[in-house]
Design a protein around this ligand. Sequence first.
Ligand code: GRE
Ligand code: ZN
Length: 334
Amino acid sequence: LSGKIALEEHVGNTLFSGVYTPPPVNFTNEPAFDLAIYDADVSSRLNDIDTRVAAMNAANISMSVVIFGAPGIHGIFNTTFATIAATYVNDEAAQTYNHGSHSSRFDFWCSNALQDPISAAAELERCVKHPGGVDSFVGGYTNNGSENSIISLDDPVNDVFLAKVAELDVPIHLHLREAAPNQHRVYQDYSIMAGSPWGFAAEIGAHALRIMMSGVLDTYPNLKIILGHCGEGLPFFMPRIESRLRHAIHSYPAKQNLTYYWNRNFYVTTSGIQSKAVLDLTLASLGEDRVMLSVDYPFEDDVELGTWFDRIEMSVGAKEKIASENARNILKLR
Ligand code: GRE
Ligand code: ZN
């Protein structure tokens, strides 16, 4: 399938080359799965545009929408630095990915320093005016002064930012990151599980639920929130959540039941998932207009995921929507 678009694709930047912090444990001695080799490979591919474009070509991905690795700007403790850094990395992304010979192949997500929501709103408005600047990239929570001091996106201080997102009508990519260190107790002795195998999804899934419960989606009904990894487990969990919340509908501010917001405000990418069963469940949960192909390069492999997607059996119409049409519409790509 040609002309595919991938939109959860990660890059580095010159400000913090160490954005990708390798997990601390090595779980196997098999060379092919050696974590040190994997981490070195990921780090080198983050900034290498030619290798990236070659992988996209091999997988028939015509466009990647790129963003820094987690946690990005929202992991910076100092508010002044975070605000300056967001502007810097947004300009650098525009310069790197929207100029030169490969510019037609890339758009980029705007980074937002929610350490100061008022200036983040202004920076979002500025950033989306860049030709390739689409949408807003935030985590479920932002650090505020230290590693364990965190502010969730649904906190009322972020209202001014969400109002701007709603006004500009740009989607938010709610991207995972590791939970704050003081919330790692459950992963003791198994710290690898705090990251991409499980903890990332548990963390961002909980933040997605906070947003549904908080009432911000009553205030800003047109918010479009994008989750990676086929919705970080929520297609599976929404029926259970809905069933249990029947007995507790007045225990949170939102006016509607959570499935209402899930089906109205949320979109997902297929990043890092190569399971037809999970994709089918995701499509059953959200419908074919709300699912968008992504890889999660360089953590995942363009050719592996692209080939898997090309080969699955599905109606041509649905496949085209997932491969590119939905992204073009939802992200308003050029
Ligand atoms: C991601 O951004 O989705 C990601 C990481 C680190 C490891 C795996 C992964 O940031 O999927
Ligand atoms: Zn990602």
